[in-house]
Design a protein around this ligand. Structure first.
Ligand code: GCO
Ligand code: MN
Ligand code: MN
Length: 388
């Protein structure tokens, strides 16, 4: 039996809003008492997390007086120092207040857009003060219920203008900070703009400082859209844009469930962990999830420990998969090449194109080869089920 104790190098983080979730849902009120930010840091220290992330108002209530703010910050900093928990990421709450009922950066109302920029600059200052190097943007209210209400082209332009302004702000302040954009298809809006990680990747390339901006994909969000999360994350990694990741779980076709990592789709969680580990992802592994509404704070700790433990077990399974002789012999076989086609790949030339056009292919012979994917997938299942 291996050691599944979380280590700092695993960079396991939780949001104040995750372990601090009090179990409110659209049909019922809280089931757990609220804990202070400092107490939540102590809880995270106890379960072995590396870091804590927050929205501005998770830490400092929106109406806090300057002296209340100072007292909260003092307690929070003390809890960080006592536990060794760090702050790798911060973000802005641009969704809870009524002023954001029709969006923040994409609102039709210029006063709302200006307030959203002001609130974000203040929240960036707070995050940087506490050590954050990644700043997440999740535009939960940036969408519509009816497209009669907002011009979608203007919404994209307004989002771009906001990101460009905030990139310049961070540069102006000489902050060592990168931005990570988080897509979600819907909830709380009927439809949210830039609804998937793929949309975000395309959007980033239109910004003035694309090098400062990457993505923060979330398992649940891509699953809500019916997509393969592993493929989306791979695309982000391959383009050097995976700055952060939100791990949780979610049944396809449901509301935003935010379950413990690995709670529903263990096999896709396995391929996700394998992708991250094989490619040496080294930013935060953030669990953006919360405990079932049935739980007290002991259950919240079970939830947090469960996220990290499942990740570490799947990491071990990925190493086992990579070392399994039968699996690797199939992998080698299905990727094998006799080299006869190498002349056609790589950089284009007219001569290459002409030679390739003249090459004869025995289509049926090529297609007639069985690929052993049934065996490979069954072996994968057996690794996961613990019988290999
Ligand atoms: C959600 C989102 C949020 C964001 C958070 C950080 O579905 O509510 O995932 O939890 O990740 O606001 O920006
Ligand atoms: Mn989410
Ligand atoms: Mn999230």
């Amino acid at each position: 039996m291996s050691d599944y104790t979380p280590k700092p190098e695993n960079k396991f983080t939780f949001g104040l809003w995750t372990v601090g979730n009090i179990g409110r849902d659209p049909f019922g009120g809280p089931v757990r008492d609220a804990k202070s930010p400092a107490d939540l840091v102590r809880l995270l220290g106890e379960v072995g997390a590396y870091g804590v992330n927050f929205h501005d108002n998770d830490l400092i209530p929106i109406d806090a007086t300057p002296s209340e703010r100072d007292a909260i910050l003092k307690d929070f900093k003390k809890a960080l120092a006592d536990t060794g928990v760090v702050v790798p990421m911060a973000t802005t709450n641009l969704f809870s207040e009524a002023i954001f009922k029709d969006g923040a950066f994409t609102s039709n109302d210029s006063k709302v857009r200006a307030y959203a920029l002001q609130k974000t600059m203040n929240a960036i200052d707070l995050g940087v003060e506490l050590g954050a190097k990644i700043y997440v943007f999740w535009g939960g209210r940036e969408g519509t219920e009816s497209d009669a209400t907002k011009d979608p082209i203007s919404a994209i332009k307004r989002s771009r203008e906001a990101m460009n302004f905030l990139c310049e702000y961070a540069l102006d302040k000489k902050y060592d900070l990168k931005f990570a954009l988080e897509a979600k298809p819907n909830e709380p809006r009927g439809d949210i703009y830039n609804s998937t990680t793929g949309h975000m990747l395309a959007f980033i390339n239109t910004l003035d400082h694309p090098e400062m901006v990457g993505v923060n994909p979330e398992v649940a969000h891509e699953h809500m859209a019916g997509l393969n999360f592993v493929h989306g994350v791979a695309q982000a990694m391959e383009s050097g844009k995976l700055f952060h990741i939100d791990l949780n779980d979610q049944a396809f076709g449901r509301y935003d469930q935010d379950f413990r990592f690995g709670a529903v789709n263990l096999k896709s969680a396995f391929f996700l962990v394998k992708l991250l580990e094989d490619n040496k992802y080294d930013a935060s592994r953030h669990f953006d999830a919360h405990a079932y509404r049935t739980e007290d704070y002991e259950g919240v700790k079970d939830f947090a420990r469960g996220c990290m433990r499942t990740y570490l077990i799947l990491k071990e399974k990925a190493a086992q998969w990579n070392a399994d002789k039968e699996i690797q012999s199939i992998v080698a076989e299905i990727n094998a090449s006799d080299g006869s086609m190498d002349q056609y790949f790589g950089k284009y030339s007219t001569a290459k194109a002409n030679a390739l056009k003249a090459q004869a292919f025995d289509r049926n012979a090529i297609a007639g080869r069985g690929l052993k994917y049934e065996r490979l997938d069954q072996l994968t299942n057996e690794v996961l089920l613990g019988v290999r």
